[in-house]
Design a protein around this ligand. Structure first.
Ligand SMILES: NC(=O)c1ccc[n+]([C@@H]2O[C@H](COP(=O)([O-])OP(=O)(O)OC[C@H]3O[C@@H](n4cnc5c(N)ncnc54)[C@H](OP(=O)(O)O)[C@@H]3O)[C@@H](O)[C@H]2O)c1
Length: 342
């Protein structure tokens, strides 16, 4: 166990954003970290810290699936790091672990909150992506809520992101015809050439829902499953294209997060399409499937090892860039999972 105190750095969430979140909503705090542990505690040094869109949801004033993130504490979030001291029989110094220790270099965690990672089996960063929360969301959101059948047409918004890039691949494996919506030609090219999609549509090339809707109709011929990560104009454009007994999976609404969540709700204008097509719409939340994580890992883990499932990571270097990295999710600067190497 290191005897000297270590220089810790923490990003404290300090002000609620009205619009886009940035470094002005955080305070960088330096303190000393002493790994004196209680029984069953483990001290961790973070190596990779996650930035995720849900962080912005929790920064809204309103209650979502959680109470708003409190001000004045370390930004919560997932991290992958190594054990530097342990008073748990389950963890030894040097072990790689997944923790929920947030935006700080060093943290003490209860052993029961940690997942040990096998670095020989998969890159440790996958615990924040394909073999972590985004992978679980993609797998159960599609398979459990969407129930894809071979030959069906699946359309995914935010298709080149952490969750979306996995949903599209799982849908291909389920024998579906798969289309993605993403921002820009590079991401669309990635979806078709690297992930093997049947087509990709650059939504940024469209200024209104009607023309985008016409393009979706022409390219897909109608949609059996719409896996939505984005909402807003994109969803307005998709809904008129749903087929009989379509399933709409609401995974995220990122286009509404930076400010929209605190505005009065508008009534949905598309419900007539639900009626015409006897469709269903269902929200899905990763935490509802936490107990089934091993089920997902048993199926998807081997696909990751063999390369059958491609996972992309966008890695930003530098602890001080965490707020900037979170912000950049809202500008689409990431391909696949966005991480910060600290
Ligand atoms: N339900 C759950 O439990 C759960 C779990 C994880 C994630 N999610 C949700 O799933 C969605 C994706 O999350 P992720 O972690 O995989 O993030 P991500 O897709 O890797 O990153 C966010 C992406 O969203 C797109 N985007 C941002 N602002 C947009 C806008 N105004 N209009 C259209 N697209 C926009 C950007 O891609 P483009 O360049 O293509 O625009 C960006 O790369 C989010 O809505 C998130 O809240 C839900």
């Amino acid at each position: 166990m290191p005897s000297l105190a270590l220089a810790n750095r923490q990003w404290i969430y300090s002000a609620r954003p009205d619009g886009r979140v940035g470094s002005e909503h955080y305070t960088l705090q330096e303190s000393s970290f002493s790994p004196d542990l209680a029984v069953n505690e483990v001290a961790i040094q973070a190596h990779y810290i996650s930035v995720d869109p849900y962080m912005r949801i929790q920064q809204a004033q309103r209650h979502s699936f959680d109470a708003p993130h409190p001000l004045g504490i370390v930004q919560r979030g997932g991290a992958v790091g190594q054990v530097i001291a342990s008073r748990s029989e389950l963890f030894q110094v040097g072990d790689w672990v997944l923790s929920y220790s947030g935006w700080q270099l060093y943290a003490k965690c209860h052993a029961g909150e940690l997942r040990k990672l096998d670095a020989a089996q998969a890159p440790v960063t996958t615990a924040l992506g394909v073999l972590g929360m985004p992978g679980r969301t993609a797998w159960f959101g599609l398979m459990d809520a969407g129930k894809p059948k071979p030959g069906e047409t699946v359309l995914v918004s935010g298709a080149a992101g952490a969750v979306g890039s996995l949903v599209v691949q799982f849908a291909k494996k389920a024998g579906c015809k798969v289309f993605g919506l993403a921002g820009g030609a590079t991401k669309c090219d990635f979806l078709v050439t690297k992930l093997g999609l049947d087509g990709a549509i650059d939504y940024r090339a469209f200024t209104n829902a009607n023309t985008l809707s016409d393009e979706i109709a022409a390219r897909t011929g109608g949609v059996d499953i719409y896996f939505d990560n984005v909402g807003g104009m994109i969803t307005d454009a998709v809904i008129p294209n749903i087929k009989l007994r379509a399933r709409i999976i609401i995974c995220g609404q990122i286009s509404q997060y930076d400010g929209g969540l605190d505005k009065p709700d508008l009534g949905p204008r598309f419900l007539q399409h639900m009626l015409f097509q006897r469709a269903t719409i269902q929200g899905v939340l990763a935490r509802d499937y936490t107990a089934r994580m091993d089920e997902m890992l048993a199926i998807v883990g081997p696909w990751v090892s063999t390369g059958e499932i491609v996972f992309e990571e966008t890695v930003v270097e530098g602890f001080e860039r965490l707020p900037e990295a979170l912000n950049s999710l809202f500008e689409g600067k990431n391909l696949g999972k966005m991480l910060v190497k600290v």
